[in-house]
Design a protein around this ligand. Structure first.
Ligand SMILES: Nc1ncnc2c1ncn2[C@@H]1O[C@H](COP(=O)(O)OP(=O)(O)OP(=O)(O)O)[C@@H](O)[C@H]1O
Length: 302
């Protein structure tokens, strides 16, 4: 299990990570979200002992990374898939890592098979596409069969089939009881993959909740209406729901409205509806609004 407590990293005056606390629990995929520069990579680097916290702690199984015996068997990480020696073969790269931890040679073949690279095990990495390098990075993270995984943008460079593959792999790893933390900018993908979300903005925690609760509590509901006579609907909404948003097809989105009441209102005014449906904000819309709010909050705080 990974536990981050009051973690802060300052670069001069600027706090890249600012009093951050959360836990990555076993048995679920935790999505780690935040706009560019929010502090995700800095946080992951501190968990992995690559950056020293200004204050606070980042613990793996109750210890700082530097205090772990055979760390690859505790936590596997993919930070930068390009950070590999291009002259090595895929198997050679993994054999070198395995040897550093006294892992059996068979783990190399197993990890390559797991990520679909068995056939190119003896090819040099310089000929690998970005997607193949991502897979190799994931194989390295899995080499020590760790109980926790930290993956920074693992879907980067993968095609549609690759993205589906990573989704099912993350699911399987969590179902096996591992703690999986995955950062991504692909919101639609995260909505499908993550059970839990940790959202940060400017180094601060904005949300730490299940994906379902995040959408239920922070996402907005809107009612979409369309009428036979768009002008009549426009006139009705102008007085009853001035916040209604017109759409190119003549329909309107009415935020936070009650569909039954809206239907009754239309009937009362003899506006014949051809559509009345409820829609919820997507994860992307909810995320954008939440992180935009964070910007305003920071501006006030500054
Ligand atoms: N070595 C450093 N020296 C100074 N500032 C740094 C350093 N590393 C990161 N930062 C700053 O810290 C902030 C957080 O960066 P970080 O890379 O952790 O964000 P991120 O959430 O991973 O962003 P992205 O989504 O773009 O990868 C940024 O403003 C960045 O410029």
């Amino acid at each position: 299990m990974i536990e981050i407590r009051d973690l802060t990293k300052a670069y001069g005056e600027r706090r890249a990570v600012d009093g951050l606390s959360f836990r990555v629990e076993p048995g679920r995929v935790t999505g780690f979200l935040g706009p560019n520069g929010a502090g995700k990579s800095t946080t992951l680097r501190m968990v992995l002992g690559l950056d020293r916290p200004t204050s606070g702690t980042a613990l793996v199984d109750g210890r700082p990374y530097a205090g772990l015996d055979r760390p690859l068997c505790r936590v596997g990480a993919l930070l930068d898939a390009q950070a590999v020696h291009p002259g090595r073969t895929a198997a050679g790269h993994l054999r070198w890592i395995a040897a550093s931890h006294g892992l059996p040679a068979r783990r190399v073949a197993e990890a390559l098979a797991l990520v679909g690279l068995a056939e190119v095990a003896d090819r040099r990495i310089r000929s690998f596409s970005l997607g193949m390098r991502q897979r190799l990075g994931i194989a390295a993270a899995l080499l020590g069969d760790p109980a926790a995984l930290l993956l920074d943008e693992p879907a980067n460079g993968l095609d549609a089939e690759g993205i589906r593959w990573i989704r099912s792999l993350l699911r399987r790893l969590a179902d096996e009881g591992r703690a999986v933390l995955v950062s991504s900018h692909l919101m639609a993908e995260m909505a499908l993959t993550a059970d839990h979300l940790v959202v940060i903005g400017r180094g601060r925690l904005l949300a730490d909740t299940s994906t379902a609760d995040f959408l239920a509590h922070h996402g907005r509901r809107r009612v979409r209406v369309r009428a036979v006579d768009p002008a009549a609907l426009a006139a009705l909404l102008a007085t009853a729901h001035p916040d209604a948003v017109p759409r190119p097809d003549g329909s309107y989105d009415v935020p936070d409205a009650d569909p039954a009441r809206l239907g009754a209102l239309a009937a009362e005014h003899r506006v014949v509806l051809v559509e009345l449906s409820v829609a919820h904000d997507s994860l992307e819309e909810t995320f954008m609004r939440m992180t935009a709010d964070a910007v305003e909050y920071r501006a006030v705080a500054a």
